[in-house]
Write a protein that binds this ligand. Structure first.
Ligand code: NOJ
Length: 450
């Protein structure tokens, strides 16, 4: 029998947190319902050519109206934790100013329903959907960002802090600052260093400030923030490739966690980091960038193989994709490499002040086929088995890992990929909103029931 076949949920311990994740902009829909304001994703998706298939998040999975049934699915699959994000523009349609009571009430109903079902809510405060009105004023590049974010977090924690103890301040700050403010592939579609450098700094400050507000407002809070991360592997052992890999490691893995641990921005002689430091007068902010998080959310999907590339401005590095290396990959083109998952967990665990890790996202997109109503996604099941085996190895080697949250409950709006990139354990027919549990969902149910 193979090693994966004998993996058991109980190997992870009785108090291990098994969860599943969604995000407001990807699932809720109801984009104008009950007073919600537009987010940058509503606007961005309406620009031609930004989203594959020309789709928008306006309806998505209609979770706004179907949350009760969807939570029953979470329960039926056997998960204990439900991680979701709050849509800022549902709470404050213009990002600041007047509060939308109907938006406030929606999350009360959602949280109450979780608690009724004995699901532990993990609430993400920011999963990429800035109110569009704030983007007009500069969004994440604005010097007012912290003031806006502070008010939003004050409102959320005062409203829900009595019921919700587990908070994640930001989801993948490197994701939304680089894709949204450097290369323009994601909302709001801005580009260049003059946008990226202030956006990074504001995200770093917001991350710590958010943590402080939660600590003040929520008794017994369990506070984290989540990072996208990838093991960075130099293409060869040549000095130039190793240095190029180091630069990418700084950007993809170290840029947001190190200031939060009180280490300031990483540099290692990487000129871009010196620019970031100078641009933001970062010497003034070391303390404000720091927050003593109870846990770090690690989100990993693939490793990145890096070579020196003189023609790429600033970073002088590029990746060698999975296809050209002929390694196993998902239909996203992301390398399947459980060993690199193990390695990146070790890399994050090696920071002495990281107290605890939760895998706050991990999962795979494969093109599913429904045959007679059944989606037999064996490739996704294999993916989970391999990644969970690597996780268990890290845990057994002494890393303090408290939980694993699968991305994602159901197929949803995968940002610039639109609806074709399906990561769900549950299939969604976007015409009828019919949900069908995939075999991977059934696999989890059996695995968690042991
Ligand atoms: C990271 C993001 O947090 C999530 O929104 C996204 O859908 C998944 N990765 C898959 O790309």
């Amino acid at each position: 029998m193979s090693k994966e076949a004998i993996l058991k949920a109980s190997d992870f311990g009785d108090d291990f947190l098994w969860g599943v994740v969604i995000a407001a902009a990807q699932n809720e829909g109801g984009y104008k319902t009950d007073g919600r304001g537009l987010s940058i994703w509503d606007q961005f998706a309406n620009k031609q050519g930004k989203i594959k298939g020309g789709t928008t998040p306006a309806i998505a999975c209609d979770f706004y109206h179907r949350y009760k049934d969807d939570l029953l699915l979470v329960k039926a699959l056997g998960f204990k934790v439900f991680r979701f994000s709050i849509s800022w523009s549902r709470i404050l349609p213009l990002g600041t100013g007047k509060i939308n009571q109907e938006g406030i009430q929606f999350y009360h109903r959602l949280i109450d329903e979780c608690l009724n079902l004995d699901l532990i809510p993990y609430v993400t405060l920011y999963h990429w959907d800035l109110p569009a009105a704030l983007e007009k004023e500069g969004g994440w590049t604005s010097t007012h960002l912290i003031k806006w974010f502070t008010r939003y977090v004050q409102i959320c924690t005062q409203e829900y802090g009595g019921k919700v103890k587990n908070w994640i301040v930001l989801n993948e700050p490197m994701g939304f600052t680089s894709l949204g403010y450097m290369i323009g592939k994601h909302a709001p579609g801005k580009m260049g260093l003059s946008n990226f450098l202030p956006a990074v700094h504001n995200a770093v400050l917001a991350q710590a400030e958010g943590g402080r507000i939660i600590r003040t407002n929520v008794p017994h809070a369990h506070i984290g923030t989540s990072f996208s991360c990838s093991e960075i592997i130099p293409a060869t052992q040549n000095k130039k490739d190793i240095e190029a890999a180091n630069r990418i490691d700084i950007l993809l893995n170290r840029l947001f966690i190190e200031p939060s641990l009180g280490m300031g921005y990483p540099s290692d002689g990487f000129a871009l980091m010196d620019k970031l430091y100078l641009h933001n007068k970062a010497w003034k902010f070391t303390e404000r960038m720091r927050f003593d998080f109870d846990f770090i959310g690690v989100q990993n999907y693939f490793p990145v193989v890096v070579k020196y590339n003189a023609v790429i401005p600033i970073i002088q590095a590029s990746d060698i994709n999975a296809k050209s290396r002929k390694v196993p990959a998902t239909d996203m083109g992301w390398e399947v490499n459980p060993n690199s998952f193990y390695n990146i967990i070790q890399q994050y665990a090696a920071y002495p002040s990281v107290k605890k890790i939760i895998i706050s996202e991990n999962g795979a997109f494969y093109k599913d086929k429904m045959i007679h109503g059944v989606i037999n996604d064996t490739n996704r099941i294999d993916y989970f088995k391999q990644y969970l085996a690597a996780l268990l190895k890290a845990k057994n080697n002494g890393v303090n890992i408290a939980g694993y949250f699968a991305w994602t409950l159901m197929d949803n709006f995968e940002w610039s990929e639109g609806y074709h990139a399906r990561f769900g354990l549950v299939h969604v027919d976007f015409k009828t909103q019919l949900r069908t549990v995939k075999q991977s969902g059934h696999w989890f149910r059996q695995f968690l029931a042991q």
